[in-house]
Design a binder for this molecule. Structure first.
Ligand code: PMP
Length: 343
């Protein structure tokens, strides 16, 4: 696959901005090259544009080479950059599954790029043949999400691989919730498929949604494209420092994940017995999708009690369903008590 051919012409020929920190990367006695203020150290300095120290640590964590990693302001940043790099507004299109995470559509619409939705089956399975048949010569990207938001299930690996093998453009697999899933990440498949991009994030298992740190993993050519078009200093110093601090406490994060998975299973077991619950869908993520007789009524009641969940009733294949994030044991207990008062 020739990544260059897939790229928009203006991106192929773009000469990227060259920052002071790109032009001189070594140590020095005095830095007078970036019009920085000498006071208020260390925040007076621009951050490393390619986040080398942080990428080295993430590389060890993921067992994946640093040159195949892009770091962004949340995984929302690479979603937007991929669309802007590969899709010509008004001409190219993107295919995605439905229901899924809403940002693929919003980012496509902002860029003036058509987004085609292909329904999951009623069991929330990926119909890869249907996805393929929605593509045409102008389809540059396919976004899928596994475990999927808001359905919570992982998509079948064999179906995802068929899609990646058969599609001539890029397949982006959003693995934001992968740490809560029993199945493995598709990361090792990147060396087999140069058109595969995997997104992960520090917002979920790592508990750092507030610092905005997302990852894209792919072949070096695609990572180079993302680096070429990103804002020069897309990750600030504070984000990089905080991420390094937490990366040194990997065991803590593993404990959180174990706890949240145990809470998820406990909650799924208890919630299914409420008389107003029709079905608790199996989840590989840190939330549960629950079909109810009167989702809106339950949602409004919970808001009144100060408990906020997400009403997904208007979403395709999620009629009368609430999406409930797994909180701490205490928070989940508060939700259960409120629901018990309804019986
Ligand atoms: N992908 C999925 C599937 C998500 O559900 C979310 C957040 N809800 C994101 C990406 C965004 O993650 P980030 O905070 O890294 O931008």
């Amino acid at each position: 696959m020739d990544i260059n051919k897939l790229l928009r012409k203006n991106i192929q020929t773009l000469k990227p901005y060259s920052s002071a920190r790109d032009e001189y990367t070594g140590e020095a006695m005095v830095f007078l090259d970036a019009n920085e203020n000498p006071f208020n150290q260390p925040y007076n300095r621009y951050p490393d544009p390619l986040q080398k120290v942080l990428k080295e640590k993430i590389s060890v964590l993921k067992n994946f080479p640093p040159e195949n990693i892009f770091l962004g302001n949340g995984s929302d940043e690479p979603i937007d950059l991929l669309i802007r790099a590969f899709c010509e507004p008004g001409i190219d299109n993107i295919v995605t599954i439905s229901p899924t995470y809403g940002m693929y559509q919003v980012a496509a619409e902002i860029s003036g790029v058509e987004l085609r939705k292909v329904s999951l089956t009623t069991e929330y399975k990926l119909d890869y043949a249907a996805v393929l048949s929605a593509t045409d010569v102008n389809t540059k990207l396919i976004f899928i999400c596994s475990p999927n938001n808001p359905t919570g299930n992982s998509l079948e690996k064999t179906a995802m691989i068929e899609l990646i093998k058969k599609f001539q453009g890029l397949v982006i697999v959003d693995e934001a919730y992968i740490d809560f899933a029993p199945g493995k990440s598709l990361l090792p498949e990147i060396e087999n498929y140069p058109n595969l991009v995997i997104l992960q994030t520090f917002s979920k298992a790592w508990g750092m949604a507030g610092i905005r740190l997302g990852m894209a993993f792919s072949s070096a050519k695609i990572i180079d494209v993302l680096n070429k078009i990103k804002y020069p200093y897309n990750l600030n110093i504070l984000t990089q420092q905080k991420a390094l601090e937490l990366l040194a406490k990997k065991e803590t994060v593993e404990k959180w994940v174990k706890l949240l998975i145990a809470e998820r299973e406990k909650m799924a077991g208890l919630l299914k017995d409420f008389p107003f619950v029709i079905k608790v869908y199996p989840s590989d993520a840190n939330f549960l999708l629950i079909k109810m007789f009167d989702a809106k009524g339950i949602y409004d009641y919970l808001v009144e009690k100060g408990i906020i969940v997400r009403d997904r009733s208007k979403v395709h294949l999620c009629e009368n369903s609430l999406r409930i994030t797994i909180g701490s044991s205490k928070e989940n207990g508060t939700l259960l008590s409120a629901l018990k008062n309804l019986i």
